[in-house]
Design a protein around this ligand. Structure first.
Ligand SMILES: Cc1ncc(COP(=O)(O)O)c(C=O)c1O
Length: 424
């Protein structure tokens, strides 16, 4: 709907109607939090048999007793499992505790403090910059802010970052040390990187020889349909191109078993694994291998993980389909309201030009919480004030429907207000 053609009086009338609708919903006293991509309670139930097995699981696996010290890089079987999931050999995988974000933070901390492979520690350089495709994952950007790494915003396209821009930046500037990538079912747009993008990232010329791609494969097996969306194996390309050192990959079972209480990994070249482990060995003796043994027993192999993820998909898919159906019913063909239709992951990315902050604010007044507008951009700067991240996994379908009613009404109010403000 293009509101521009309406008179001031007509717009004021429409605004009143939508405002009434919103305040009527507000009277129901709802409280629906859609700010983070968390599994719903029913999803968490799927992994409960893992805990029921805890007393009888075999902890004396080849290579030692999981209940004892030893095995800094994690249980062999857990390394193999993540290796199979990510297309890497077990030797290239370190398995730690519950959070992949922790691995990412630590990797940057080690680079800042100790430097990578004999290069000057990033913390001793006058400037360190990262390429941040946006919209992207707010917590990646928060890590950069924490370490004083300057963020360069690069547009996110339908098949990954705008590679012409990325290549032109990294080729000349030695202070650009990294790029954040969520290559499959990206947070928040849900896109999957195209083969060409993967190849270009792995083979592009970089001025910095300690440049790293932070390949956060958080949604590696999180498809809604047949888990069939294929991501090209970046390690194969990189090995051939002699750039394997450039890639650090991360994943976890946060959205396979328990969020924050699963197991997480970092995958890297043999040399990077050795260097990372050296620093890690000073900090800890070994990770929680009891939890790793439980996970190995429960998850078993990639085929079984696919079966488990199909159960997750059955819970999550209808919610994403509802978001799309409701938005389509209201805004199909509307050039001012655009959203993504992901085939996996945890988010829908919605764009309403110049209105995002107001929409989030309006929704909050009646108890529906979205991630703050602008969060998906470095320094929270969304030039167009347009992007809203929708995380539909937690609410029930009934609550989600209500939250979407609020969202749709808030979109209409914000847009009418905007057009009215220009008519004054
Ligand atoms: C892209 C991405 N990476 C990492 C994480 C967090 O993963 P973990 O629980 O393994 O720290 C999330 C959580 O939403 C995410 O969306």
């Amino acid at each position: 709907m293009d509101y521009i053609g309406f008179s001031k009086e007509e717009l004021e009338e429409m605004l009143k109607t939508e405002q009434k609708k919103l305040s009527k919903i507000g009277k129901r006293g709802i409280s629906i939090d859609m700010s983070r991509g968390r599994p719903a309670k029913e999803q968490l139930e799927i992994a409960m048999p893992m805990l029921e097995e805890a007393a009888v699981v075999n902890y004396e696996l080849s290579g030692g007793d999981a209940r004892n010290y030893g095995g800094l890089g994690g249980l062999r079987q857990a390394r193999e499992l993540f290796g199979d999931l990510l297309g890497l050999r077990a030797e290239n995988v370190l398995v730690g505790d519950g959070s992949s974000l922790d691995f990412m933070y630590t990797a940057i901390q080690f680079a800042m403090q100790f430097g990578l492979r004999g290069n000057t520690p990033w913390g001793k350089l006058p400037k360190v910059k990262f390429i941040c495709p946006a919209p992207g994952y707010d917590r990646h950007f928060a890590i950069c802010e924490e370490f004083g790494i300057e963020m360069i915003t690069v547009p996110m396209l339908d098949d990954g970052p705008d590679m012409d821009t990325v290549e032109s930046l990294v080729v000349d500037d030695e202070s650009i040390k990294g790029i954040w990538c969520v290559p499959k079912y990206s947070n928040p747009t849900g896109i999957v990187y195209g083969d060409k993008t993967v190849e270009r990232l792995a083979t592009m010329k970089t001025a910095a020889n300690d440049f790293r791609i932070f390949w956060d494969n958080a949604y590696v097996i999180h498809g809604f349909y047949d888990n069939n969306d294929k991501l090209k194996n970046i390690f194969d390309v990189a090995r051939k191109a002699g750039t394997f050192d450039r890639i650090l990959t991360f994943a976890s079972t946060s959205k396979i078993t328990f969020a924050g209480s699963g197991i997480a990994c970092m995958g890297a070249s043999e040399e990077n694994v050795v260097e990372f482990s050296r620093h890690l060995s000073i900090r800890q003796i070994c990770p929680n291998k009891v939890n790793q043994a439980l996970h190995v027993a429960f998850l078993k192999n990639v085929d079984n993980i696919k079966r488990i993820m199909a159960e997750h998909a059955d819970i999550v898919r209808p919610k994403f389909e509802l978001v799309d159906a409701r938005l389509t019913a209201e805004f199909a063909g509307d050039e001012y309201v655009r959203w993504t239709r992901p085939r996996g992951g945890y988010f829908v990315s919605l764009d309403v030009r110049h209105c995002a902050k107001r929409i989030v604010e309006l929704a909050k007044t009646v108890g529906v919480i979205f991630t703050p507008a602008g969060s998906a951009f470095p320094y929270h700067i969304d030039d167009n004030n347009s992007n809203i991240r929708i995380a539909p996994s937690v609410p029930s379908l009934e609550d989600l429907d209500m939250a979407l009613e609020v969202l749709i009404t808030a979109i209409k109010i914000a847009r009418i207000e905007l057009v009215l403000s220009k008519k004054k």
